[in-house]
Design a protein around this ligand. Sequence first.
Ligand code: ATP
Length: 427
Amino acid sequence: LLEEIIQEAELKAWSLYVVGGIVRDLFLLKKNQKILIQDIDLVVDSNTSPSNIGAGIELAQTLKKRYPEVLLTVYHDFKTASLSWNKDKKYGSVQIDITTSRTETYLYPSANPKIQIAPIEQDLFRRDFTINALAVKLTSPAQGKLLDLFMGLSDLRKAQIKVLHPNSFLEDPIRIYRAVKFAIRLDFDIEAQTIQYIYNATKNQTYDHLKLEVNIIPSLTIRLKNELRSILQSNSWRKSLELLSCFGALYYLYPGLILNCEILRQMRYVSRLMKYSDPHHKTIKWLLLLEILLSSIPLKERKIIAINLQLPSESIKRLSEIQNINKEINQGLRKYSKISDKVNLLNKFYWIDLILVAAQSKKEIRYFIWRYFTKLSKISSPLNGSDLKNIGYLPGPRYKEALTILLDKTLDGEIKTKQEAKIMVQT
Ligand code: ATP
């Protein structure tokens, strides 16, 4: 399909380039190493004056006509189109984004950029880092030619993250999150001057603009969430957060947000406990880590921030209610002395709430919830329905009652074997 896109562009005498992350990652490949390519970013330069503003969309639409099974999404405001396949045997899971080459002008720091169609050279200049501003020409003439206008290849060799111009982070503070993400993911250094530009940006008061931008798509807050998700999903989330905090970049999430030892401890706890409590923990771990981070923000603002970040509704609800749930569980666990009462109390809550409560509670409560997840919640009644039937119980409500009593007594250590359970039921 990529070949057909190239042919179609050549027919129209347009120049097509593959840009960004995929070019970077291909240059980083070691001998015999393989990568799974899932996102391909293409840029088309229509070489005409005035340029064909919708060239990218036009290419995508032509391909959609030939391959109806491909999903086409068009973003008219941004003159981009996206072709995607769901996982199937023939193509695997791939997304191709096609944009028309453009410049971006920021009317004020952190504003949504004004887009104007421009040649590929200017398109590369709007990019975040030199290593992400590499492009390879896919169409003839000069097919396969590398465009490296900002020494990106040299920075790849030096293993460094470097911006293209001093105002980069002022224009788009989300690039600070991206700089940290790539530095930690690729084990690169952030170049000294670039670090200075980060500090210059974080000293600047741009938060009001961020608030104004809410709900403009793609708004800064949504992109901020996407970068945070990517960072928190990685195994090195802690290093990235520490670096962001050190740069003062958590400010963009909420002014005054600090990553202290206690928050880090809670986040580490959540990360560990999730392994025991849910096999699908990878999909939402990042969300719980974010919730812990946000829970240090005063309640009213916390809710607004969660809404602006467009977190899922259950996450927004949790962030608003977790203090009350915390109180109820802490009071209950302290009040009850029997293990079975404590377990029955915890059974009433959703497991995600329990994880957050455990992380934010004192040692003794934390320990009990840990035991609940790792051991107590897995204990079952020593007898099952057919055992009861064999003993002579008639099916009915007494079944459930007997099984509940047996489970409680097992939890409390009063019954240790199946034999003891049978004797108890018979008597
Ligand atoms: P990943 O491997 O995380 O997907 P990527 O580099 O492909 O990395 P994308 O977010 O898909 O990241 O972005 C594609 C390209 O778009 C980047 O390589 C970069 O050239 C450009 N880009 C993305 N975000 C920004 C930004 N905030 N400012 C400037 N350029 C950006």
